[in-house]
Design a protein. Sequence first.
Length: 306
Amino acid sequence: MQMRKGIRILLVMLIFSLSGCGSTILAGENAPDTGTEQELETTATDDQTGPDERTEDTTTETTELSSEELLQELDSYFERIDAEQLPEEKRWISAYAQQVRSFVEDCKAVCNENGNDFADYFADFEFDLVYLDEDAIPELAAGPSGFYVSLYTYEPGDGTASGSGTLHTLMDQWGYGAFGNHGYEYLPEENIIRNYNSDYAGSVLKTSYLNMNEEYGLDYYMTKLAYLDEDGKVFMGETSDEHKPQEHYYYYCEDVEREISGEEYSSYQIKGDYEPLHGTKSGLEMMEELYQYYLACCDSIGESVG
């Protein structure tokens, strides 16, 4: 188990990705440097309440299932969620179910190649529905918590063709938990993602803010607080009454970094009640939740027809 986690950490270090910046907050064509010395690149009614009280008793303790039983349970959900039964604005349910299925297939391939137990390996992957912006369609967060997070959103079709909607990848395996990257958090329904990243034992603090634009990409800007010595180099020593490093503030966007005042730096910080952006449910729990949304939607359609 420890060896598998060690291998995964090395793999995650190689697959960080971050990209696409438009202009909704402040534009930047390249990804923010949220990963220390590495460059990261990317490839970003109805109400927002959960399904109704009527549910099928589908809850199963994942830890009690063997790999074969777990795969059977997952497959049963994949087969039962029929996109053709859903209106276009609700097809995020089937789109996210298929994305969970993609994770399952990828994990199966790794387990088959390396001889891992699927139930044990897949237990590290967690999923959740989050409302990044204020529309009725949630986003899907997924990944092995503490290693990386991926984020998906669904764009409904225009109604001219069945199943014409598009699943967009907002974040593709964005790594965190190492190299001073503290992880990602978001302001629910306010379309703001925040990331803290510290370098040089905390002598440099980078804060990135991202939001989803109309093209389903992520715009961003970054601020930086750096403690520098008299020569303008990052201060790595110990402070004393005789020697205190100077605070310098920076703003970064569109590949341009400029020094700013402390007051301007503060003005760029977006406050609020942020929540962690990562999965909290097992794959089976996520499929159970999606299936309940599916049942609720089908019931609603049946009532409107009746």
